[in-house]
Design a protein around this ligand. Structure first.
Ligand code: SF4
Length: 242
């Protein structure tokens, strides 16, 4: 089931609803829902909330092959703590082999275009392929994370993933809201937050940030002016996702 006219009535009412209400609607209105997690703090909040409104939610995460070990440890912490069905997606090995044969294993340092190609092969394509079997997906995106996310809708049909419903229950949350929830509900935290990281992705593309830096300054820090996005939210569907 994708976002329909009937759903739209409920959608406008949910724009100002709580994250828990938005999640409850999502699971009630769709039969196959994927919660997509990177195991940053927003993922933790969503998993904690989802487990309050549904049984054994499907959690999808992308193991790009370049993740820090701490992210695998975070996956394991959440698996033990919450009754989730964790699906670890991996990139197509032939796609990775072709890319690295052509451009080398550190292609992402050479240009924004090659970095985006790496993100596409390692992240966006595996997710696009997996979402073909779902009616809705949930993301931890917040509007104040990047300029590109400033108008991110809470609920919308996702043209980049076959028109399924895309839900961002934390769109209007601030970082302080997230931190408060994590403390109050004792949600597990990725270990790299304790080492100065404020946004966490693949190991070679993420560094700790200084107190006066933007929280996403540690992502692809060598790029000047390029959007700090990996393409999960803007990538068009291609035949390679079939
Ligand atoms: S974050 Fe870096 S290593 Fe990970 S997929 Fe993107 S470019 Fe490749």
């Amino acid at each position: 089931m994708t976002l329909s006219i009937e759903h739209a009535r409920g959608v406008s009412e949910l724009e100002d609803a709580s994250a828990e209400e938005i999640l409850a609607w999502t699971y009630a209105a769709h039969s196959r829902v994927a919660l997509v997690a990177s195991f940053q703090v927003e993922s933790g909040v969503l998993i904690d909330l989802a487990c309050r409104v549904t049984d054994h939610p499907d959690v999808l995460t992308i193991d790009t092959g370049r993740l820090p070990e701490e992210t695998h440890e975070a996956m394991e912490m959440f698996r033990r703590r919450y009754p989730i069905a964790l699906h670890v997606l991996t990139p197509d090995p032939d796609g990775v082999a072709t890319m690295t044969l052509e451009h080398g294993p550190l292609l992402f340092r050479r240009s924004p275009e090659l970095r985006q190609r790496c993100c596409d092969v390692r992240k966006a394509r595996p997710l696009a392929h997996a979402l073909r079997t779902y009616d809705a997906w949930i993301t931890g995106v917040r509007r104040d994370q990047t300029p590109e996310r400033a108008a991110f809708p809470v609920i919308a049909a996702d043209p980049h993933h076959g028109g399924i419903t895309k839900v961002a229950p934390l769109a209007a949350w601030s970082n302080a809201d997230v931190q408060e929830y994590v403390v109050e509900h004792r949600v597990p935290r990725h270990a790299l937050y304790g080492r100065g990281y404020t946004s966490i992705g693949c190991a070679p593309c993420t560094r700790a940030t200084a107190a006066d830096e933007d929280p996403r300054a540690g992502r692809w820090w060598w790029e000047n002016g390029a959007a700090k996005e990996c393409g999960l939210h803007h990538r068009p569907l291609t035949e390679e996702d079939e």
